[in-house]
Design a protein around this ligand. Sequence first.
Ligand code: AHM
Ligand code: MG
Length: 342
Amino acid sequence: MLTTIYMINRKIQTLDEFTIQQMRDFPHATGELASLLRDIGLASKRVNVEVNKAGLVDILGDAGTTNVQGEDVKKLDVFANNQLMGVLRHGISCAGIGSEELDDFIAFDDPASNNSKYVCLFDPLDGSGNIDVNVSIGTIFSIFRRVTPKGTPVTKEDFLQPGIQQVAAGYVVYGSSTMLVYATRRGVNGFTLDPSIGEFSLSHPNIQCPEYGRIYSINYGNMLQYPKQVQDYVDACEGKDRLNGGPYTQRYIGSMVADLHRNLIKGGIFMYPTTKDKPKGKLRLLYECNPFAFIIEVAGGKATNGKERILDIQPTELHQRSALYAGSKGMMEELESYLNKV
Ligand code: AHM
Ligand code: MG
């Protein structure tokens, strides 16, 4: 019947509906986490609109210049940072933020924010080197319960918590479709943005990372700089030693959100080892490694820095770097058998 064509499919559950539903299972929940996730969803929808227009920058004006409407054209990563900062500052659920784009954390320090129980850390636009060439990029976020008392401004201590203390973590991938995926201890769920109604709708409930996959993701160009054990493992992935019936298949986008999203769904392993140039690794523990380690572990996978579990690392600096190995449990165990060789 014609009328049904115009009806919104009520079998679909929006991000807000889902988070509120989850909250109802906890009689003492205040709704702050649901509201924080809604704020992040809102900011990412705004970022999505701008990301989709990235190819028009040359027509509308280069980043850092003035466009034809006389408006300042901001670099997209700065834009994304400002959007997240703006919604979280004006929301009521976040006491302060840390961002890959900011030198230091920000305590919002107003009466409503000081009474919030969460802090949020994010990489506003990860894989920014891929923006100009129309390749998937993403936003990554990590949420902790503050350790300092409510009613006071947050301090660095609230941000320097080991990843195991995360209450939730997630990412948005701006790809062939835009998806928000987030994890709490209860599970990992994925929501696809339906542009016709501007809502994230539950499309990937209860994501589990397959125990084995065939994909390995690593920047092959740095191969000679990696530890010998990693080189040997990659040789085995190539089929020289036939791991688990190899050869595996190599996929590396250079946007960890896209690489890890694919591996989470299909099964696989993502590696960013230490190199001779970057002896501490390239990726940031707080903005990149921790949130993905949490998501991957909740989905049944594993994440380490090659020596210890990412989620157990006690951070000492906001912008601390780390090596990262993350993915399917079985593949991670194969890798560890190489890393443990001296
Ligand atoms: P960014 O935060 O400056 O965008 O850097 C992080 C990105 C990751 O998304 C990606 O996995 C990695 O850097 C790619 O680095 P490389 O080009 O060295 O392989
Ligand atoms: Mg990044």
